[in-house]
Write a protein that binds this ligand. Sequence first.
Ligand code: DGT
Ligand code: MG
Ligand code: MG
Ligand code: MG
Ligand code: MG
Length: 277
Amino acid sequence: MANSEFGYVRNFEQPDALSLSNWIVVRIDGRGFTKLCKKYDFAKPNDRRALDLMNAAASEVVKAFVDVVLAYGQSDEYSFIFHESAALFDRRSAKLATSIATAFTAEYCMQWSSFFPDQPLVRPWPTFDGRCVCYPKRKILRDYISWRQADCHINNLYNTTFWSMVLKGGMSPTEAEHALKGTVSANKNEILFSRFGINYNNEPLIYKKGTVIYRSYEGDAVTNGESGEARVADPTSKTQMEKERKRKLKAVIAVEHVNLIGEAFWEAHPYVLATKR
Ligand code: DGT
Ligand code: MG
Ligand code: MG
Ligand code: MG
Ligand code: MG
């Protein structure tokens, strides 16, 4: 950039680099999706086409941003997790959040017609906001992921019961809301089973668990460090970095609907949140 007498205005910009050695979560969320779901007549409580579109858009974002180690999505939101050692955009918060949110928005709109062939997309286009949050420990990051998945479960159980009462039980939304006030999970499971013959356990996993996307290196040479902690190759040299980038590009993008709160997923895929030497 050429210097001019106006160059001093750059000094008004605020630095916004996120702290080193923190896991970065970029969470995007659909803007005004309550309205959008009505406009395009999304199935209640879950529209499979809409979730498939969210997952297709998120897969492309994960492919495009090789520093993303895992993404988790439910409803109109997706969390993209950058490794604690990620250096992309010098870890600038606004640049990370806007790049992910706009990449996701573009994918969502461009792929819309594949999932909703009978409903052309019209203005106002769907958009997604984005924010960055730092988590200084893997344990807290795990709790963040558990928080979003627990939210998915709680909302899905409530919504499944609520919409059964309205659509199958003939209650008004206000009546159903009243009837569900103060109920716990066991009550909702019981209502679903006794009144509507629905065993909540048999509901599709994509609705109950949401969706996790990660780079799968199954069968790849990921070794365990002394502490039993998974480790991956030293990414500091240029050739190593290039090798690492190529390895990531070759990885299979896995899309699954599984429990992330327990240990099983993390024990089966220790490299996902592995420490880099
Ligand atoms: P925001 O995020 O503050 O701009 O506002 P909203 O309206 O996007 O609200 P939010 O993000 O808290 O909640 C997501 C909304 O989208 C909520 O009203 C439920 C709705 N939604 C998400 N997925 C589905 C679906 O598959 N089917 C239906 N019918 N609604 C859905
Ligand atoms: Mg919201
Ligand atoms: Mg929203
Ligand atoms: Mg939301
Ligand atoms: Mg530029």
